[in-house]
Design a protein around this ligand. Structure first.
Ligand SMILES: [Zn+2]
Length: 187
């Protein structure tokens, strides 16, 4: 669930108030609206106050606390795009949790699946964002980026060793990468 540090965060980042304003703007994005509509259809209405701006200490960009809400780490954010990305990523986690009653975050394959989908469908690994991170390799970059970020998140799960994280990710890769619900395809 934890996201890796975004590029260009050497500065102090945003204040809570700036971050809150950006969260409001993110809520207007068509992709964010679409995810919220689908969460609601699945029985998990996301109120505006479901997404909070907080200051974080361990270089996280944001996170999702099952059933409690999404937090965006204002001090790690530098721009609207950072905030949009975190919200999309975490809303996909909320959607996965909502649609699958038995999602078990302590299960490394379940966690890996959620991270594959969140990193794929949020656009966290779009070419442009990878360029900003300085990962310039062309060809296969998207899946490499997703795998790198999945490993980073899943190995931070206290229940998952590096081996368990890798095995979990490999076991579910095809199914979860190709599962683009609620989108028709990865945008
Ligand atoms: Zn995540």
């Amino acid at each position: 669930m934890d996201e890796d540090r975004l590029p260009g965060t050497a500065s102090a980042g945003l204040s809570i108030r700036e971050c809150r304003d950006m969260i409001k703007k993110s809520l207007q994005l068509p992709k964010v609206k679409f995810l919220r509509e689908n969460l609601e259809k699945s029985g998990c209405k996301v109120e505006d106050n479901f997404i909070k701006a907080i200051n974080c200490h361990n270089q996280m960009a944001g996170g999702y606390a099952p059933r409690r809400g999404i937090f965006v780490c204002s001090n790690e954010m530098t721009c609207q795009d950072d905030v949009n990305q975190v919200i999309l990523h975490e809303l996909i986690h909320a959607y996965d949790e909502c649609r699958a009653a038995n999602l078990d975050w302590a299960d490394c394959a379940h966690h890996a699946c959620a991270e594959i989908r969140a990193n794929h469908l949020s656009g966290d690994c779009h070419f442009k964002r990878e360029l900003l991170r300085g990962n310039l390799k062309i060809g296969g970059q998207e899946s490499e980026c997703i795998k790198r970020r999945v490993m980073k998140s899943v190995t931070s799960n206290p229940y998952c060793s590096a081996t368990a994280a890798r095995e979990g990710m490999e076991a579910v890769w095809n199914v979860c990468y190709n599962d683009t619900q609620p989108f028709d395809r990865a945008l």
